[in-house]
Ligand binder design. Structure first.
Ligand SMILES: [Zn+2]
Length: 142
């Protein structure tokens, strides 16, 4: 294997660790790719003193962790989501209600119970609406 010694870090590395350069010795640059990266980074930092560099704070996070972080930073989005979930009596919303009122973990609540509670809430809502309509009609008469 052909090798070359980097003029920056002094390490002997295979030719593939050096960027190609037609005019250079062996057709490669004198410093290795690794040193080139470091130099590029240093030049960037010098030119952009306030830039934040390094791995993204989101790398290594799962999708749901990213989602949680996003909602923490944008609480209004969570409120909107919650409102929509409440409006359409989503399974997750109803399960949360049950978990809160009984003080148990969400995972312990079966789908059957969620369905029953959803039906109950739905009937209550419809009843409320009907009563409201009746009241309005009554007010019109008076
Ligand atoms: Zn090097």
């Amino acid at each position: 294997m052909e090798t070359r010694t980097c003029t920056k870090c002094g390490q002997e590395k295979p030719l593939s660790a050096f960027a190609k350069q037609k005019l250079g010795k062996f057709g490669r640059r004198a410093s290795c790719l690794e040193c080139g990266k470091k130099a590029n980074r240093a030049a960037y930092v010098a030119a952009h003193p306030t830039a934040k560099i390094g791995p993204s704070p989101h790398s290594g996070m799962t999708a749901s962790e990213r989602q949680a972080l996003y909602e923490k930073r944008h609480p209004e989005v969570k409120t909107m989501k919650y409102r929509r979930a409440r409006e359409r009596l989503s399974g997750s919303y109803v399960r949360g209600l049950l978990a809160d009122s009984f003080g148990v973990q969400r995972t312990l609540i079966s789908d059957d119970v969620v369905e029953l509670k959803r039906a109950q809430l739905s009937v209550m809502r419809q009843t409320k609406q009907l009563v409201q309509t009746i009241k309005e009609k009554q007010d019109e008469r008076n």
